[in-house]
Design a binder for this molecule. Sequence first.
Ligand SMILES: NC(=O)c1ccc[n+]([C@@H]2O[C@H](COP(=O)([O-])OP(=O)(O)OC[C@H]3O[C@@H](n4cnc5c(N)ncnc54)[C@H](O)[C@@H]3O)[C@@H](O)[C@H]2O)c1
Length: 302
Amino acid sequence: MKKKQPTSVVTGAAGFLGSHLADLLLARGHKVIGIDNFITGSVNNISHLGGSPNFKFIEQDVTEFIFLEVPVHYVWHFASPASPVDYLNFPIQTLKVGSLGTHKALGLAKIKDARFLLASTSEIYGDPLVHPQTEEYWGNVNPLGPRGCYDEAKRFAEALTMAYHREHQVKTRIVRIFNTYGPRMRLNDGRVVPAFISQALKNKPVTVFGKGRQTRSFCYVSDLIEGIYRLMMSNYHLPVNIGNPTEMTMLQFAGQIIHATRSRSKIVSNRCRRMIRNNAGPTSPAREKFSVGRRKFPCTKG
Ligand SMILES: NC(=O)c1ccc[n+]([C@@H]2O[C@H](COP(=O)([O-])OP(=O)(O)OC[C@H]3O[C@@H](n4cnc5c(N)ncnc54)[C@H](O)[C@@H]3O)[C@@H](O)[C@H]2O)c1
């Protein structure tokens, strides 16, 4: 007998990660319903899907009730401003989509008896005091600082997801995404990969903060999306970090970008940013390293 075609709902489908997820789901035979209000996303990210009979798009704010008449098998909740520039511009919308939006997306999963996956973040660890960060670490977050709108929204979203799992037995998954890069990132979205590439391509100074000793690890988008897909298909309901375990300093990274782009750029230090460190200002954590703790989770079906 022919296998029934699954239907996936992707919130934030017009964003960087949501659009790549929609591509992968369509390639794996899903029907996809994308929902987005374009607060930070772009129609350009999904315009190539316009002719697909398996892709439907709904322009909607997911903090409002999500009503769908069709059966739904998977809900992938990716809607949220994600770059520091965006969530500092939209702090209230960020808190609303993490709280009310997650509530509506979980409600949809519950009523449809669908599996639910929350796109959470390494930022829930705040300015971590433990390196590398395993999923057991509870984090070091300042709720009052400008970044608190994002970190606390995601922490609330994780707590709500676990509550739906425990109280309503919704089959939930939580992925904590570490820095990811790839096509469809906006050059001006404030994240370090497009920022360095854009500076290097223009032969402009590549700016690191302080001495550039902050470390990050970067995961390519297709690797991340594959990991997320496998997590959804697994039986594992506790949070899972997904990222690249190779850590490098911003100085090393700037050097690699200059080398790869054959740029004449020089690396310069932007010292102002040092004054707003320690999670009191809009800077990022001094050290953020992916831990390989729970990378293996049992998969049921693909
Ligand atoms: N890109 C990363 O490196 C990274 C790292 C950690 C976590 N994440 C998480 O992954 C998800 C996607 O991130 P991204 O990088 O694709 O960001 P993005 O800004 O490119 O995409 C987010 C999408 O959500 C949409 N959106 C926001 N609020 C909405 C609302 N109320 N209703 C409907 N749509 C709404 C935006 O318009 C946008 O299209 C986010 O939840 C983010 O927190 C991303």
